[in-house]
Design a protein around this ligand. Structure first.
Ligand SMILES: Cc1cc2nc3c(=O)[nH]c(=O)nc-3n(C[C@H](O)[C@H](O)[C@H](O)COP(=O)(O)O)c2cc1C
Length: 367
């Protein structure tokens, strides 16, 4: 034990984490056109491990070569060649001493680019509100996504499992199932998108079923020590105000089902992880996760770049926290906080100009 919660060690499914601070998944659209991770991405990810992040979650990675890709130049784990390309990233991060988990993301209706054929799918026919993000290579309105039928669901699950198996081969320490932020698996949980009348729609338990089935299938197909996490949220990229209308009931059903499915962690995200954002309760989403998971680690994310907020999330019961923008501004956030050095603010002119792809100035050695 240290006298700072942030720097206590933690054991996650047999992995000894040096502190409670991880890198949040962040899409950077910097892979090759055919979805291969690059040496530059290896230097980018390794810099966070060198700066003290005790575990890293990659950007969203498309699992299959059909409907899952979300963004142009998004890396994949849909082919053996894409998996082999990740080895340079995994090795560079391991050389700095941190485990790395691949975030498996099926973009669902929020897809805004797909080199295998642009034909989005969702739980039900659905068009996301607003326009695509030009920062991530999209433009104009989203097309209406088609509803998945039973064969489509099977294909999605098989795609996730095959990608997880490739992640094992590439040397990843685990995967994170992306069931947050309005992408496919979140669209099942969200009753404003999912109006299915089969066993995957309707009640909170039904809406939790498909993400839980995908998680269980991955857990069965991968080694015991391989970490299987799941990310959840209320809000969507295309609707930041979105909440679960039956808040706590959805939380109870989802976190319960993910526990039974064998998840090693749930990673909950929202605008402010320390604020109650779930309808009809004064608890945070992370606190609800802590209450309703069974023997599963809870990771809190959202607005925790101020160390005091991060400590609050841990004091409120989360086991771990992750940082997105705070990490982009300070690749060595954990080391700076531990040694009392000041933190930098995020400079959007570096990270988001002209788009969200990696820029020279943010990668040590490339400027
Ligand atoms: C550039 C960027 C890309 C992101 N891409 C992803 C992603 O691929 N998968 C995901 O689950 N969240 C993604 N997010 C959300 C972050 O993981 C995180 O939830 C969000 O930034 C809030 O945390 P923060 O307040 O620490 O920044 C992204 C955020 C940013 C800033």
């Amino acid at each position: 034990m240290t006298d700072d919660l942030l720097f206590d060690e933690f054991e996650l499914n047999g992995h000894n984490l040096a502190n409670r601070i991880g890198l949040a998944p962040m899409t950077r659209t910097s892979a090759t056109d055919d979805g291969h991770a690059t040496d530059r991405m290896a230097r980018y990810y390794a810099s966070f491990a060198r700066g003290g992040f005790s575990f890293l979650v990659t950007e969203g990675v498309h699992p299959d070569a059909t409907h899952s890709q979300g963004y142009p130049n998004q890396p994949g784990l849909a082919t053996d060649e894409q998996a082999a390309a990740w080895e340079r990233v995994v090795d560079a991060v391991h050389a700095e001493g941190s485990p790395i988990f691949a975030q498996l993301m099926h973009a669902g209706a929020q897809a805004q680019g797909n080199r295998y054929g642009y034909d989005p799918v969702a739980p039900s026919a659905y068009r996301p509100p607003g326009e695509m993000s030009e920062l991530y290579g999209g433009s104009g309105e989203f097309p209406e996504a088609d509803a998945l039928d039973a064969d489509g669901l099977t294909a999605v699950t098989e795609g996730f499992v095959a990608a997880a198996e490739r992640a094992v081969e590439a040397g990843f320490d685990g995967i994170e199932v992306h069931a947050a932020n309005g992408y496919l698996l979140h669209e099942f949980v969200d009753p404003l998108v999912n109006d299915r009348d089969d066993e995957y729609g309707g009640s909170p338990a039904n809406r939790a079923r498909f993400p839980a089935e995908v998680t269980a299938a991955i857990d069965e197909a991968t080694p015991d020590e391989f970490v299987v996490g799941v990310r959840t949220s209320q809000a969507a990229v295309t609707d930041e105000e979105r909440v679960w209308p039956d808040g706590e009931e959805t939380a109870a059903a989802l976190f319960g089902a993910l526990s039974e499915a064998g998840a090693d962690y749930v990673h909950v995200t929202g605008g402010d992880a320390t604020a109650p954002e779930v309808p009809d309760t004064d608890r945070t989403l992370a606190e609800l996760a802590v209450e309703y998971v069974d023997d599963v680690a809870v990771i809190a994310n959202g607005g925790l770049g101020d160390p005091e907020n991060a400590r609050t999330a841990l004091a409120d019961g989360s086991d771990l926290i992750t940082l997105g923008t705070g990490a982009l501004a300070n690749h060595d956030w954990p080391d700076r906080v531990r040694t009392g050095e000041p933190l930098d603010e995020l400079d959007p002119s570096i990270v988001f100009q002209p788009d969200a792809s990696l820029s020279d100035a943010e990668i040590p050695g490339d400027d």
